[in-house]
Design a protein around this ligand. Sequence first.
Ligand code: NAD
Ligand code: DAU
Length: 348
Amino acid sequence: MKLLITGGAGFIGSHVVRRFVINYPNYQIYNLDALTYAGNLENIKDVESRPNYKFIKGDITDFNFIDTLFSREQFDGVIHLAAESHVDRSIKDPLSFVKTNVIGTMNLLNSAKDIWKNNFNGKKFYHISTDEVYGSLGDKGLFTEETPYEPNSPYSASKASSDHFVRAYGETYDLPYVITNCSNNYGPNHFPEKLIPLFINNIINNKALPVYGDGNYTRDWLFVLDHARAIDLVFHKGRNSQTYNIGGFNEWKNIDLVKLLCKLMDEKLDRKPGTSEKLITYVRDRPGHDLRYAIDASKINKELGWEPSVNFEEGLIKTINWYFDNKDWLRNVTTGSYQEYYSNQYES
Ligand code: NAD
Ligand code: DAU
């Protein structure tokens, strides 16, 4: 099995690459990543010298590069995670999300179709997507695989578009594919532009915690290793032409999550209870902010036996401990262009 994993230097991708490299020594794992601001080879350093692992620096938006790579390597499978992934960045620069998430996915689809078209047997294109394609829930209900798409941000619209193209390649060209739509991940290696790692970093540095709007937005949180385990199962046992929702059965209003994080950080930093909460600052809301995401993950549970395994508070403690044990990682990713992003996003 020659398996191409895209975006393997990013947050979720690095955990997926590690799992496949270690669990499947007979597979040749190719990690293709452009190393954008979100990509970091430090995330995957521990497996880089394994004989079944190879890193390829490259951009999925570069059609000629992708086409040549597929012709040369003749991959058997693709797990596609590479993407622009941050909603706030998509509001400021939507076009780069179209380029990477739509055009980049198209390039991979075209190349996979071309090298597999004479024999689709045993081949699989696995597209990693998000629950945000379904839009926003009210106070009740869950996203199922049948929920109509209603993306509200340029990020989710670009992911929805790529999902549609994957499905269309299945219908039109018989490309064997599977799609999963997952809820919010958290855990080690999460880039500190997203809520949990950004707030951990700010608490360490005694900086304000910018809660958007009234903080009553709800997300369904899943520990990243549980997601990687689901991806492994779906890749090997998921039915072709299917989509599976993945979620944590773990809904939290942002403000409640932030207060829990503050409590755990006070304990970790030996600060007086209540110290970190004082940093909470309500700021201008995110435009088009989705009120609530919550996943019905019963299909993947019934078909493949998957369920989340990590309790939220334990997962948060593991995550906090990882950031404390990896202070250099955190320092390296929060200097340079991060400072510019931060002041543009939060201080202008
Ligand atoms: P991330 O931003 O941490 O990592 C993305 C990776 O893709 C980076 O390593 C980056 O260098 C690479 N990349 C970006 N543009 C590229 C390009 N043009 N060519 C090649 N590589 C490129 O993202 P993440 O949070 O790990 O998300 C991974 C995937 O999972 C994305 O498709 C995202 O939509 C999806 N997803 C994320 C979450 C979440 O909570 N983070 C939840 C559900 C689905
Ligand atoms: O649901 C899956 C999605 O989860 C993934 O597809 C995305 O790639 C991932 O980034 C994540 O999207 P969110 O927009 O939900 O994640 P984020 O961490 O940016 O925000 C979580 C919530 O916290 C959201 O309601 C906005 C809020 N927030 C976020 C930031 C960065 C704040 O209140 N303040 C902040 O500074």
